[in-house]
Design a protein around this ligand. Structure first.
Ligand code: ADP
Ligand code: MG
Length: 251
């Protein structure tokens, strides 16, 4: 009868992990001659840990990473030009507390998207709200939202984020209103939401994508006011890999 009642109470209190584990932990505690407080503490710890794990899982899902890439999968030796100590420092997440930005610059295939995803994934585990999007997809979405009068709501959602990752500011130029909307997002993020931008374009060429010189200047001003720059220059990892595989086949 006690078990039935307890199960009922734990369900109403929404403590599923305690419900699942209390018999096992009770047995362990009895064997170790632990006291009641230790038993209760262990139960609470399990419940908390499980909640944390679930919350992180939800944040990772909501972030919308195209593929989940973590830093332990990154081979630093493949890209000696990258400032590894700065990257490791950034993974600790203080930049998020200070709403600072990160710019990842380098030629294609050098791991910029991988690194941005790793930073974003780590931020999720640190309890931060993250969104990953390619710059083009964001601009398209902004234009669509404006069309359907959903822009204000969409902007509000973006403002709730701790970290917005804008992947691949590339060679495709935006329309005038597209560039203005992107500028708007970056302005609103200023000193509130951290931004990570990845790009293969040197600053001089941003104007070609954004159109107006004044807008580019203002955008760069906001983006780079408090920024950490990581340069990933070198041979494309994909290319190097493909070459190595080819060589392997020949031998
Ligand atoms: P970029 O965004 O700079 O074009 P990506 O991050 O998309 O490059 O990298 C291309 C592919 O190569 C991805 O699958 C990525 O995980 C992998 N990759 C790139 N650099 C490394 C590296 N140093 N270690 C491990 N994998 C890497
Ligand atoms: Mg990329």
């Amino acid at each position: 009868m006690n078990a039935v009642l307890l199960s009922h109470h734990l369900k109403s209190l929404k403590l599923p992990t305690i419900l699942r584990e209390y018999t096992t932990i009770a047995a362990q505690c009895a064997q170790a001659k632990g006291d009641y407080a230790t038993f209760l503490l262990q139960l609470c710890e399990r419940e908390l840990l499980e909640r944390e794990r679930k919350a992180t899982e939800r944040r990772v899902r909501e972030a919308g990473f195209p593929v989940i890439k973590t830093i332990d999968l990154f081979d630093f030796k493949a890209i000696p030009s990258l400032n590894e100590s700065l990257l490791r420092e950034l993974l600790r997440g203080e930049y998020l507390q200070k709403s600072e930005n990160i710019l990842l610059i380098g030629n294609p295939g050098t791991g910029k998207t991988h690194l941005a995803t790793s930073l974003g994934h780590t931020a999720c585990t640190q309890g931060k709200r993250v969104r990953f999007t390619s710059v083009i997809a964001l601009v398209t979405q902004l234009l669509e939202q404006r069309e359907s009068k959903g822009l204000a709501r969409f902007m509000k959602q973006l403002e709730k984020l701790d970290l917005l990752i804008l992947d691949e500011l590339g060679y495709v130029p935006f329309s005038k209103s597209g560039a203005e909307l992107l500028f708007d997002v970056i302005s609103r993020a200023y000193e509130k939401t951290s931004l990570i931008v990845t790009t293969n374009l040197p600053f001089e060429q941003w104007v070609e994508v954004l159109g107006s010189e004044r807008l580019t200047g203002a955008l760069l001003d906001r983006l780079t006011h408090r920024v950490h720059i990581l340069e990933a220059n070198g041979e494309s990892y994909r290319l190097a890999n493909a070459k190595a595989r080819l060589k392997g086949k020949k031998n």
